[in-house]
Design a protein around this ligand. Structure first.
Ligand SMILES: Cc1cc2nc3c(=O)[nH]c(=O)nc-3n(C[C@H](O)[C@H](O)[C@H](O)COP(=O)(O)OP(=O)(O)OC[C@H]3O[C@@H](n4cnc5c(N)ncnc54)[C@H](O)[C@@H]3O)c2cc1C
Length: 455
């Protein structure tokens, strides 16, 4: 590393900004963060910002590198599998992994954000709140900022800028001016709404605690993730338009009738359903791709600013945190040769972020539809059985993405081959006992090589 600490400016104190600030401070850089929102530790967060996130291997690894995971353990709830709720209220539990260590962890976005900002400040980063970045001069490196309360405009000079400002990034908007800048954004026809299942009379969870609850209904879906205070953070996914859509749920009567016919067991646990539904905004979901992610050695996009994905693989922040550690590894390797660091960062990461973007969209139909299908659930059991017998060769795609840090592009490629093998093996059977193990042996050895799993 170069001995003279440089100042690095970050835009956005969401989830990636503060984690990156910590990792940079640990390497001696001065870090200034500009965030458009007020400080959520002092001002109540807006309705509609209480989503829970599922943290898994990549996110945990990054938090461990920052020395934060042990601190976070007290605010996460491990979820061991999916609990499917049928229309008649029957429950089916499907474990995510092989054992109790293969879990995903429910954490409140706000709690995580607060813990990261606290740690970033403890490490010596400065976070400036109510400072919206309104522009960035790609030639001179001047950042335009507007103080949100007084509407006062200022300019700051920055030698190195990293845009961690989320899916609607202002820095990326400036980069649209670059010659040959590629950009695409694709919105889903579905939106989402946050709802809540309150805790029971004694602060207990009213549904199984250690599960991600899913009400899969074809084109509609409700999910619920546990919180440490006994509540569940729920998300309703619906098309924006159509017969059963947000556009058609405009009165309390319509809403209650809709919940009674699709999610009646959940509705009984939601005394504030109408208030929550009409108070919270309807969110949109978008896949964003762009390139390049950097301007010479001056500016870089990271996290959702570079590659927003839809939430159905629960990987957005896990992927963003993996960005942070990948960038740090390159800084450790090349020091402040920013042009090289940024360019290697993009070539390493983009193929992987494109892959998880693809898998996240694919997983939408799996979650809202296929998890209710008995043949699909049977295939999941076969996957786990194959993994037990061939632990180095056959690792389910979900596990490669969630429990291991196998590069996303490798998980996608191997997952596609494995899906084909599963199709052949499960096509005409319905019981594990009927699995043709000699055919499985042949297919697996012929099509898969041992997988290298990063530790
Ligand atoms: C419904 C839903 C469920 C999700 N579930 C999961 C999950 O289970 N697991 C998972 O890993 N991921 C999940 N995600 C994805 C995850 O939330 C994102 O990937 C993650 O928040 C991205 O972090 P970020 O720091 O890049 O962006 P953000 O968290 O969006 O932070 C960006 C920050 O920049 C600030 N900002 C924006 N513009 C400006 C500006 N012009 N000037 C200054 N500041 C600015 C914003 O106020 C914000 O604080 C989910 C997302 C959604 C929508």
């Amino acid at each position: 590393m170069n001995s003279v600490p440089e100042t690095i400016t970050l835009i956005g104190a969401g989830l990636n900004g503060p984690l990156l600030a910590i990792l940079l401070r640990q390497r001696g850089f001065a870090v200034e963060v500009y965030e458009r929102r007020p400080d959520m530790r002092r001002v109540r967060v807006n309705a509609g910002r209480s989503i829970n996130l599922a943290l898994s291997a990549r996110g945990i690894h990054a938090l461990q590198r920052a020395g934060l995971w042990e601190r976070m353990r007290s605010i996460v709830i491990p979820m061991r599998g999916r609990m499917m709720h049928s229309p008649s209220g029957e429950l089916t539990f499907q474990p995510y992994g092989q054992n109790e260590t293969e879990v995903i962890n429910s954490i409140s976005r706000a709690e995580l954000n607060i813990a990261l900002m606290n740690a970033a400040e403890e490490q010596g980063a400065t976070i400036h709140f109510n400072q919206r970045c309104t522009g960035y001069d790609l030639k001179t490196g001047a950042i335009r900022l507007r103080e949100e309360k007084m509407r006062k405009e200022t300019t700051r000079q920055s030698a190195v800028l990293i845009g961690c400002d989320g899916s609607a990034s202002a820095i990326r908007t400036e980069m649209l001016k670059l010659n040959r800048f590629d950009f695409s954004q694709q919105h889903l026809g579905h939106g989402y709404k946050e709802l809540t299942i309150p805790a029971g009379a004694h602060g207990e969870h009213l549904l199984e605690t250690h599960a991600l609850h899913i009400w899969p209904r074809g084109n509609l879906m409700l999910i619920a993730l546990p919180n440490i205070d006994g509540t569940f953070a729920c998300i309703l996914f619906l098309p924006f338009e159509g017969i059963e859509s947000f556009a058609r749920l405009t009165t309390p009567e319509q809403l209650l009738g809709f919940f009674q016919s699709h999610f009646s067991d959940a509705a009984q646990l939601m005394p504030q359903l109408t208030e929550n539904y009409f108070a919270n905004p309807t969110g949109t979901m978008v896949t964003v791709k762009c390139s390049p992610w950097h301007v010479d050695g001056k500016a870089l996009l990271l996290g959702d600013a570079a590659h927003a994905i839809v939430p159905f693989f629960g990987q957005g922040i896990n992927c963003g945190f993996e960005d942070c550690t990948a960038l740090i590894d390159l800084i450790d390797q090349h020091g402040c040769d920013w042009a090289r660091v940024f360019s290697e960062f993009e070539s390493q990461r983009k193929v992987n972020t494109d892959s998880i973007a693809h898998m996240a969209v694919e997983n939408f139909s799996e979650m809202r539809d296929r998890v209710a299908d008995s043949h699909f659930l049977f295939r999941k059991k076969v996957e786990l059985a194959l993994e037990q017998r061939y632990p180095k060769l056959f690792i389910p795609k979900y596990a490669m993405v969630t429990f291991h840090r196998v590069p996303y592009a490798v998980a996608l490629a191997r997952g596609t081959v494995q899906d084909r093998l599963l199709e052949e093996l499960c096509d005409s059977i319905h019981r594990i006992d009927d699995l043709d193990w000699s055919k499985a042996d042949q297919l697996i050895h012929r099509n898969l090589t041992p997988l290298e799993i990063p530790q």
